[in-house]
Design a protein around this ligand. Structure first.
Ligand code: ATP
Length: 307
């Protein structure tokens, strides 16, 4: 359904995308996961025709976004990070306005808008002005407006950032429903829980590149680690780190904590504690971290998702 080849984008002289390639199937829920500044918004903005690409190619449902922009616009629904609504109009009026732009047939538009407002739990408030809505309610209207023309593909850029739990849950429910109905969804997030919950496949993006891709299981297996033993020390200087890495190569330092990657926690734990004691290092905390996207990401990049 979506094919992206070697996408590049530079702002002034900052290279934001350094050659992104993706292939997303029809009906797939694809998550782009990465920390702030990784290039998620730039990628999804290009895919949804909000931003022009410098080089590379994007094909959506056999249409090239640069050659057939009008056809592509009909196929896609876009939920950008910035909420684009008229504050002085009601939710219903906003949807009628957006539906007009998307050329939704007039005889369908009103019932479609009403149906979507109901789906997002806003039917009781549909005639209130947007300026009286909470951030989460505005976000729900924003998503509803992207669905008016019944797109085949939905692009969502961090749709749950900074909103209340009730709105978040409603958005999750709708998104899951749309996925079950067969919509292709591309979803950016820096919340690994969301990526783990929804996504058929996840692309991990860092510094303008996809550094790993696959189902959660594939990502777990590809990083060939079972678990992480995280040991925090009272102090850790460069010499200590050198000595630690000499006896445990597969590790990463994050401030005073060292993540030791292990295939057998039971036997490795006592070995590690013994070695650290022999080096005279004072341990203040030990945690066994389950293998999840956060630990996979750390292993791959040495960075935390939430910087
Ligand atoms: P966030 O979660 O913070 O939105 P992101 O993963 O979506 O992060 P992008 O917004 O795509 O990342 O940014 C990628 C890089 O491009 C960053 O280094 C960012 O500072 C830079 N960048 C983004 N937009 C612009 C712009 N309009 N002008 C200059 N640099 C930009």
């Amino acid at each position: 359904m979506i094919e992206v080849k070697n996408l590049k984008k530079t702002y002034d002289n900052r290279e934001a995308l350094k050659g992104i390639s993706l292939a997303i199937d029809e009906g797939e829920f694809y998550g782009l996961l990465g920390p702030n500044g990784a290039g998620k918004t730039t990628t999804i903005s290009i895919l949804s025709s909000i931003l022009e690409l410098d080089s590379g190619e994007v094909i959506i449902d056999n249409q090239n976004i640069e050659m057939q922009p009008k056809e592509v616009k009909k196929l896609i629904g876009v939920v950008p990070q910035e909420i684009a609504l008229y504050e002085e109009l009601s939710a219903y009026e906003n949807l009628m306005f957006w539906g007009g732009l998307y050329e939704v047939p007039k005889n369908e538009l009103s019932s479609r808008a009403t149906e979507l407002l109901k789906l997002f739990g806003l039917d009781q408030r549909k005639n209130d002005k947007i300026k009286n809505y909470s951030g989460g309610m505005k976000r729900r209207v924003n998503i509803a407006s992207a669905l008016l023309h019944q797109p085949k593909v939905l692009f969502m850029d961090e749709p749950t950032v900074g909103i209340d739990p009730q709105s978040k849950n409603l958005i999750f429910e709708v998104v899951e429903k749309l996925h079950k109905q067969g919509m292709t969804i591309v979803y950016t997030t820096h919340y690994m829980e969301e990526a783990e919950r929804f996504c058929d496949r996840i692309g991990i993006i860092d510094d303008g590149k996809i550094i790993a891709e696959g189902t959660l299981d594939e990502l777990r297996n590809s990083s060939s680690v079972k678990e992480t033993i995280a040991i925090t020390f009272l102090n850790l200087n460069d010499m200590d780190v050198k000595e630690i890495s000499a006896f445990w190569g597969d590790m990463k330092q994050i401030e005073n904590t060292v993540h030791f990657y292990s295939l057998n926690v039971k036997s490795d734990l006592s070995k590690l504690v013994l070695q650290c004691n022999q080096l005279g290092l004072e341990i203040t905390n030990i945690e066994i971290l389950k293998m999840n996207l956060e630990t996979i990401f750390l292993k791959l990049t040495g960075k935390q998702l939430r910087d």
